[in-house]
Design a binder for this molecule. Structure first.
Ligand code: MD3
Ligand code: FE
Length: 212
């Protein structure tokens, strides 16, 4: 027996290469939320604009050597926060370790993220169906951590028109997206209102990536 929590966790395959680890981040919830607060003090949440000129309803920030940004010029990873001109805050070691531990459990022994995008959802915030393809090497997985209010997650296939399935993502859930699922279309339906005892009326999502 490893520990009590691993006995209680259940891992669910959502698709070939996509593994949902229910509650994987629960044991570290307080430390994770504290780490996010530290990042947000240095790099506040902001609403970015798409290349088409639309304001995203999701508020975002980043930590790590690179951060995902979007503006009139396109989607890309940047070593500096365009709002401050400073490098993004360092990735807190507790977050880096969580992502690496999750990836290892899913079979990725050498995943070392250099970017962590932090998304903040308020009630009615959504994220339209999209692919994550701004990273250099799609052999690296993406690790996502969901915190706060639950979300309805849409998961399709390699084509935008492929049928989508819906899954609930709950506080503490961690998903490793690798293999064929790495380029599958996905999105988040409008967040329903509610109250989470630790996070309040919000959902936070961390995605750990190897950008470069
Ligand atoms: C499937 N975030 O930041 S996490 C994103 O909840 C993003 O904030 C959503 O999609 C969120 O790009 C979804 C689940 C997720 C993240 C990355 C994936 C699913 C993925 C990459 C490939 C396939
Ligand atoms: Fe995505």
């Amino acid at each position: 027996m490893k520990d009590l929590f691993s006995e209680l966790e259940t891992h669910e395959a959502l698709a070939d290469g996509a593994i949902l680890m229910h509650g994987f981040a629960l044991a570290d919830e307080a430390a994770i939320l504290h780490a996010i607060e530290q990042v947000v003090e240095a790099a506040p949440f902001r609403h970015m604009n798409t290349p088409g000129g639309f304001r995203m309803s999701v508020a975002m920030t980043n930590c790590g050597a690179f951060g995902w940004v979007t503006d009139r010029h396109g989607y890309r990873y940047s070593p500096v926060d365009p709002q401050s001109g400073d490098p993004w805050p360092q990735m807190p070691p507790i977050l880096q370790a969580l992502a690496e531990r999750a990836a290892q459990e899913a079979g990725y022994r050498d995943f070392s993220p250099d970017a962590c995008l932090i998304n903040r959802y308020e009630p009615s915030t959504k994220m339209s169906l999209h692919q994550d393809k701004d990273e250099q090497d799609f052999n690296n997985p993406i690790v996502s951590v969901s915190l706060g209010l639950p979300a309805s997650f849409q998961f399709g296939g390699l084509k935008r028109t492929d049928p989508v399935r819906k899954y609930a993502l709950h506080h503490g859930d961690v998903v490793v997206w690798g293999g064929p699922s790495r380029l599958f279309y996905h999105g988040i339906l409008a967040l329903k209102q509610g109250q989470h005892p630790l996070v309040g009326s919000l959902r936070l999502n961390l995605t750990f990536r190897k950008a470069v």
